[in-house]
Each structure stands twice: as structure tokens, then as C-alpha cells.
Design a protein around this ligand. Structure first.
Ligand code: GLC
Length: 639
């Protein structure tokens, strides 16, 4: 039983909010103390621990009453984030409808599609020019003028609450921009703030780090340290040279960042996206990702936030190896006490592999290889986001299939990045390293799935194929268990946006190709014209409705993978009591058949032919075989 469950139990005793805060603090204190002193030695930092305890009370007292009440309501409803009712969208406010006010006007659009969970990309102040899309933060709490004001944000979060929409915002916990107030003071020679970052007099220690640190942006920001002439010091900059890594070995940094975190949730944020959290702790001689101290630190943040604002949860943005991602749900005594939600980056990357290879063996092998997640945690399932697609598959699993990992990755880059004439995909390379052949892929879902090529070559067959693929991939994320997250524009098959190539602050970063403007003109035609975009939108709308009306979609770790014996097929079941839903997808461009005896054994034919909720037709067999058309997805209903 995780700590959140204990808080749920305690909250049912009819105590008032302040008393419950005290109980939560008492309940989490041992874990908080343990994590704190594992990072900051007890001999030297007892004062900081006492400061933390005082801070927690202050933060609780400062939390707005309305949100305190909501926290208690949420405790009563339990794991709201695992509900079938949640369907999410991720968007850039300025690319969607100008600013925060404009976004509020679009609440009816979200309702029409069935979206009730929104991830807004960073909206706080950032440097002019390059800012990594706002992930270089000049402040954690001040809304950038181009989006509106703090009042606009508060008005928006109130409107979201009134409309049952959950809000997720980023907490860029690993680094600030070089213009953040701490960085500015550090540059002026203030030793206190130089200690908030990893700063060094000379290159000796950086050189030691560099021996094992990989590069995140090798093309645009090689190396992990930047020399700052004003300061006459080197500073650690793992991402871009203008993003300074925070030094969490300093407890003051933790205390200040905890305050920023809670204040962010005080504006009405329900889910906090912990950005780049795998990088939070650094150690010479390691790659400085996924270190045990990073997990202790995240648990510490989590346990403190839970005491102050138990209605809010954390999302792990850990785009790391599949076996490492699940660790962000917490292990052993931290199990279920780290992040409640994590991006299912493995599923995402594997689906793209299956599209290119038309086969599903690596998908099965990898999914079976990952240990089950704690039952109180869930995934965000998605096919595209604002970032690139990394090819983070486990090499040994690729080898088990008889493939060479290097050659296989090269094939995927060739397939998606326009290096094979026959491929329907029109993606771009990201951070390609010609020396190693490593690279990642950018592009919108629709362009990667062939819609762009189909429209430019006016190829009707390709167009139909690509629409089916788009629907199939979204369908998998809607059914897989967790919060499905649609990237804004994907619901209407938006194509690549090449305009970034004309903007000096963007042209070095091809991720901008998959950050298009929301196409309201097309959206205005969806109901009246027979467009491929209408087909995508309307099908998603229908699938979302089905999901919301069926509790079997709620994530209770009720997912079972099934091997069908056909390497082109992917199948899994969601089951709960007598209910069941069997998802079957064909990744091939030819019709495929599978034996149906196992489906019968599962009980899907016990009341006659089962209904496929996607086509709304009964499914019939031919000599005991079930046939799936190219890129067809079935959602078979039991009973
Ligand atoms: C995360 C964001 C990415 C950003 C990076 C650095 O990975 O998703 O867009 O570049 O963090 O903040």
C-alpha cells in the first residue's frame, strides 16, 4: 500500500483540513526524513531539515482554500488519474489559439472531441530568441506576456475546474535558463548562487565528467559544460548551452525548488510534468542519468507535495530505456511513492518500429520484458509529442530476432527520414551523428504515416492506408490502459510544418517541424465535407466516446498481451470481472488471418458473434479463422 492510499484511508474519518495535513505530515515523515538525509548528511544538514518542516506548514497554510477542498474531494475519489474518463491533449498555447484567453474560448472544441486533460507547453518567461520552446525558464511562476497574465491563468484554471478539465504544466526541475535570477547573480560573482549550479574554476572536473557523459544535443550543443566569461567559470549545461543544470547536492536548491513546485500547483495545476527528471543527480564516472539519488530526490519532492497538496500528482518525463522508465514509479519502499504517471515512451517507440517493419515481435518482446507497474500508477500513452522519436530499443532484444541493432536503427532512420524511395513517411532527421550513425526522428504523426506523401502525389490508395494507420495507432493508445494523450493537430491529421526553417532561432532544431499551428480552417469544415481529416476526427471522437462509456478501459493493471502466431498482428485484452475487450491490430499492408480458438476460449463467442466496437459490426469467422484487413483495428466486446 503506498502513502497516497494511507492518506485516502485517513481522510475518511471526517477530520478537518488542518488536522488531515498534520496526519499526512506524520504519515510521510519517516520517508521524507530518510530521503532527505540520504541526500544531505545529517551531521551537516539538520538545520535544513528543520527548515523543510517549517516550510511544509507554511506552504500548506498558503494554499488557496478552494484547492484545499478539492484536495480532500480527490482523496475521497481515489485514483482519479486511472479513470476511463480521462482523455488528454498536449498543445502549445501560441500555436493553438494565440494565448490563454484564446485557449479558454476553445473549451467547447475540447468537449466536442471528448478531451478533459490538457498539457500546456511552457508558458512562463524565457529568453528572447532560442529558449528550447520555453524549456529554458526565466521564472517558474511568471506567465510570459505573450500568453497573457497570471490572472488569465487563474481564470483559465478556474474555467477548467468548472468544466471538469484537468491541467498539466511543466516543472523544468533539472535546469534554469542562463537569464534566471539565480544565474544572473551567479554571473555577477555571487558565490551563494554559483553554488546553485555546478560551477568550476577550470576544466579539470568537467573533463572528468565528459569521459562518461553522453550528449543530448550533439549537433547544436556539443559537450556538457559552457564557459561563462563574466563569471570566469565553467557551468554544467547538459541540454543547451543556455540551460544551466541545478545543483541538487545543495539542500537550499531543493528547498527553493519545492517552494516553486507547490506554488505552481497553487495556481490550479493538477498534474506536474517533471521535465527531464532522469538527469537530476550527477556523478563523475557515470552517465549521470537514473542515478539512485535522483530517485530519492523525486520521492522527496513527491512526499512533500503530497503532504501539502494531496490532490496533485507527478508525471515522470523519463525518456530512457524501458527497464529504467518503470523505476520512476518507485521501487521497494518507494514503490508507488515516486511518480503516479510516466510517459509510455517504450510503447510509443515500439509502435513506430512496428509500422516500419510491419511486424510486432519486437513490440511483444519488449513489452513482456518490462516488469509490471505498481497498481496505483499509470501511463500516459501517446504516439507523438513535441519532441523527437528516439530509437531506444533494447539491443539484446533486437539481436534475439536475428537483426543487427545498428543496421536496424539505420533502416528505421532511412524509412522515416526520406532516404528510401518506397517509404510513405516524410520525417526529418534529428541530431544525426554521422560518426556513429545515431539519430532520432521528427515529423508529425500524419506525415510519418504517409498522409503528406499521399496528398502531394494525389495517391488515393496511400491516403486511405495512411488514415487507417493513424486511426489504428491512436486506437491503441486509447485502449492500452492509462491516459491517452493526443498531440494537438493529430486529431485532424495535421502535416509537417516546415516554416521553422526560415526562423533563425528555430532552424537548428527540426523538432519544430512537428509543432504546427492549429488548423481552424480545416476544423470548421469537418462536419460538412468528406475530408480525410473529417474521417480521422470523427473516428477518434467515436472511439473516445466508447472508452468513456466502458469501465474496462480504466487502468487497474488489467492488461493481458496475446500472441496470435501471426507476426503482423498485435493483440491485447483489457478485462475486469465479467467484462472484456480484445484489441486486435494488423500492422501489415495485406490482409492477415489468425486462428480464433484462443479467442473463443476467452469467451468472446459465448453469446454468438462478438461486436467489433470500431466498425460497429458483428465479427464472423471463416473456417475458424479471423481475417483482418490491412491496418485494421478491432475492439471486440465480450458478451
Ligand atoms: C524535455 C522536453 C524537451 C526539452 C528538454 C530540456 O525532454 O520534453 O522538449 O528540450 O526536456 O528541457
Amino acid at each position: 500500500m503506498n502513502q497516497a492510499k494511507l492518506h485516502i484511508l485517513l481522510s475518511q474519518k471526517g477530520k478537518d483540513s488542518k488536522e488531515l495535513f498534520g496526519l499526512r505530515l506524520a504519515t510521510n515523515l519517516t520517508l521524507i526524513q530518510k530521503q532527505f538525509f540520504s541526500l544531505y548528511s545529517e551531521e551537516r544538514h539538520e538545520k535544513h531539515f528543520q527548515k523543510l518542516l517549517k516550510l511544509l506548514t507554511k506552504l500548506y497554510l498558503d494554499r488557496p482554500e478552494e484547492l484545499k477542498n478539492q484536495d480532500l474531494e480527490r482523496l475521497k475519489t481515489g485514483n482519479w488519474y486511472q479513470s476511463e474518463d480521462l482523455v488528454g491533449m498536449q498543445l502549445y498555447v501560441e500555436h493553438f489559439n494565440k494565448d490563454l484567453k484564446g485557449l479558454e474560448e476553445k473549451i467547447p472544441y475540447f468537449k466536442k472531441l471528448g478531451i478533459n486533460f490538457l498539457h500546456l507547453m511552457p508558458i512562463t518567461t524565457r529568453p528572447k530568441g532560442e529558449s528550447d520552446g520555453g524549456y529554458a525558464v526565466n521564472s517558474y511562476l511568471q506567465v510570459d506576456k505573450k500568453y497573457g497574465s497570471k490572472e488569465d491563468l487563474l481564470e483559465l484554471t478556474t474555467a477548467f475546474r468548472n468544466n471538469g478539465i484537468y491541467l498539466m504544466l511543466d516543472f523544468v526541475v533539472n535546469h534554469t535558463s542562463n537569464e534566471y535570477s539565480w544565474a544572473k547573480k551567479a554571473k555577477k560573482g555571487d558565490k551563494k548562487y554559483q553554488g546553485y549550479y555546478y560551477t568550476y574554476e577550470d576544466y579539470t572536473i568537467p573533463a572528468e565528467f565528459e569521459k562518461t557523459l553522453p550528449e543530448v544535443f550533439p549537433e547544436t550543443s556539443p559537450g556538457n559544460f559552457t564557459y561563462i566569461p563574466e563569471m570566469e567559470k565553467w557551468v554544467m549545461t547538459v541540454f543547451n548551452s543556455y540551460q544551466w543544470d541545478l545543483n541538487y547536492t545543495n539542500p537550499e536548491v531543493f528547498l527553493e525548488m519545492l517552494t516553486n513546485l507547490v506554488k505552481l500547483t497553487d495556481m490550479g495545476v493538477d498534474v506536474v510534468r517533471f521535465d527531464a527528471l532522469a538527469f537530476l543527480w550527477k556523478r563523475i564516472g557515470t552517465i549521470s542519468q537514473n542515478l539512485p539519488e535522483a530517485h530519492n530526490l523525486i520521492t522527496l519532492f513527491r512526499m512533500c507535495l503530497q503532504v501539502v497538496a494531496p490532490g496533485t500528482i507527478l508525471l515522470a518525463e523519463a525518456i530512457v530505456a524501458p527497464m529504467d522508465i518503470v523505476k520512476y514509479f518507485g521501487e521497494e519502499e518507494k514503490r508507488g511513492n515516486e511518480c503516479e504517471v510516466a510517459y509510455n515512451a517504450s510503447l510509443m517507440a515500439l509502435l513506430w518500429n512496428s509500422i516500419a517493419t510491419k511486424k510486432t515481435q519486437l513490440l511483444y518482446k519488449s513489452l513482456m520484458h518490462v516488469p509490471p507497474k505498481p497498481k496505483d500508477c499509470t501511463w500516459i500513452n501517446y504516439i507523438r509529442c513535441h519532441d523527437d522519436i528516439g530509437l531506444g530499443y533494447e539491443n539484446h532484444l533486437i539481436e534475439e530476432l536475428g537483426w543487427n541493432p545498428g543496421m536496424h536503427r539505420k533502416f528505421l532512420l532511412d524509412y522515416y527520414c526520406q532516404r528510401l524511395d518506397w517509404s510513405p513517411a516524410t520525417g526529418l532527421l534529428f541530431m544525426y551523428n554521422p560518426k556513429t550513425g545515431d539519430g532520432r526522428i521528427t515529423g508529425s504523426a500524419a506525415s510519418l504515416l504517409g498522409l503528406e506523401k499521399a496528398l502531394t502525389t494525389k495517391d488515393q490508395g496511400l491516403l486511405e492506408e495512411s488514415v487507417k494507420k493513424i486511426i489504428m495507432l491512436h486506437g491503441i493508445t486509447l485502449a492500452f490502459g492509462g491516459i491517452p494523450l493526443i498531440y494537438a493537430g493529430d486529431e485532424i491529421g495535421t502535416l509537417n510544418d516546415y516554416s521553422f526553417q526560415n526562423d533563425v532561432s528555430k532552424k537548428g532544431d527540426s523538432r519544430w517541424v512537428n509543432r504546427p499551428m492549429q488548423d481552424w480552417e480545416t476544423i470548421s469544415k469537418l462536419d460538412n465535407e468528406n475530408l480525410p481529416q473529417s474521417k480521422i476526427f470523427q473516428t477518434l471522437q467515436k472511439l473516445i466516446k466508447i472508452r468513456k462509456n466502458n469501465t474496462v478501459f480504466a487502468d487497474s493493471n488489467n492488461l493481458e498481451l496475446y500472441h496470435t502466431g501471426n507476426d503482423h498482428i498485435f493483440s491485447f485484452e483489457r478485462n475486469e470481472d465479467q467484462q472484456g475487450l480484445l484489441v486486435i491490430c494488423n500492422f501489415d499492408e495485406n490482409p492477415q488471418v489468425i486462428d480464433s480458438s484462443w479467442i473463443k476460449k476467452l469467451g468472446y463467442f459465448s453469446k454468438g458473434e462478438p461486436l467489433d466496437l470500431v466498425s460497429n459490426e458483428k465479427v464472423s469467422l471463416n473456417s475458424g479463422l479471423l481475417e483482418l484487413m490491412p491496418h485494421q483495428m478491432m475492439w471486440l466486446q465480450k458478451g
